[in-house]
Design a binder for this molecule. Sequence first.
Ligand code: URP
Ligand code: ZN
Ligand code: ZN
Length: 416
Amino acid sequence: MLVVVVVGGIDTHTHLQMPFMGTVSIDDFYHGTKAAIAGGTTMIMDFVIEQKGESLLEAYEKWRTWADEKVCCDYSLHMGVTWWSQKVADEMQTLVQEKGVNSFKMFMAYKDSFMLNDGELYQVFKHCAALKSLAQVHAENGDVIAQKSMEMVNQGIMGPEGHLLSHPEEVEAEATNRAVCLANQATCPLYVVHVMSKSSADVVSKARREGKVVFGEPIAAGLGVDGHHYYNKCWRHAAGHVLSPPLRPDPTTPGYLMDLLAKYVSYVESVSLFIHSDNCTFNADQKALGKDDFRMIPNGVNGIEDRMSVIWEKGVTSGKMDPCRFVAVTSTTAAKIFNIYPQKGRIAVGSDADIVLWDPNQTRLHVVQGVGRFIPTPANSEYVYGKIRARVQANQPKAVERDPYTGPVVKVNQKM
Ligand code: URP
Ligand code: ZN
Ligand code: ZN
């Protein structure tokens, strides 16, 4: 029987006990991290998401209080930016310089709650770049989704299939492309979270081939299942799969996304560098908040426990990747991107002893509540900012030196 020693997994995207859509995700920091460890993950990165207008620092402290007493494994925090002002900019700086946060997530969807417009996004990207931090985006066109959701409702489509129909693949790809453009204009590295479709993955792939500093990562659920479940006759079954962006009905999508994760030719040619879960669980009764209207179904699925098994089964057992690539996509690359390597992501003298005995047939462990620590993530990751630094130098806009214009100037009629 094969048992391998691997470095503990890092799940870079979780939402534990997150207040969202009128309820709170059911996995708290105890149950969520317990599940993580059971699945071979020894560190998670969770998202602080403040309400529009709320202080980022206060939200951060709230999350720390929730997490510190409960976590069974180490954790870091990303910060959401759901509104924009000078105060937000100042708080982002404090978070980076004093609170161990080096990444920010912005939403192009969830109109009227978390969504930023393009002008705001551009400014946040500029600020992320100035802080040498990583900008993450939820890439879907929130305006179009709001319109299409109304269209579904007007046509009497109220079930979970309405969620899929109002979040088309093209709308994900459009926002991904827009995010790539805005981040590039701001000379800011970009990380597109939960890439759910082939077309969105293609946008990331093209950007990387062009040399842009863009990362685009799939989620475990997106590699394991497709979107035909939204048409299931059982409401609970269908609603259980509701997340944004949704799983895609094209049955070749999971294999396509897996191939991108598995194919490692070089840093640039590899599209997906690691895999996260986007664990944001709501039980069936919570999902039932949307029993009469798909727009009220809390968005999110599980994956914190199963992420590594999914990759092992779909990647290693299928022969698409070897165990070394498995370690890279479940741990090491994430540690490098979030600037905590070699403390994390490596088995070596001086590194944290996050060691997992990986037995594909037996993976459940014991846990102790509260033993996890907060791991600060320093800014200016070489893996992320290496190229950006040179690019800023090379692309400095320069004014043309010329003699001042001294000729005639037409008079402006002030009344016009
Ligand atoms: O549907 C999802 N993905 N729920 C969690 C919140 C988010 O957008 O990441
Ligand atoms: Zn999201
Ligand atoms: Zn998420």
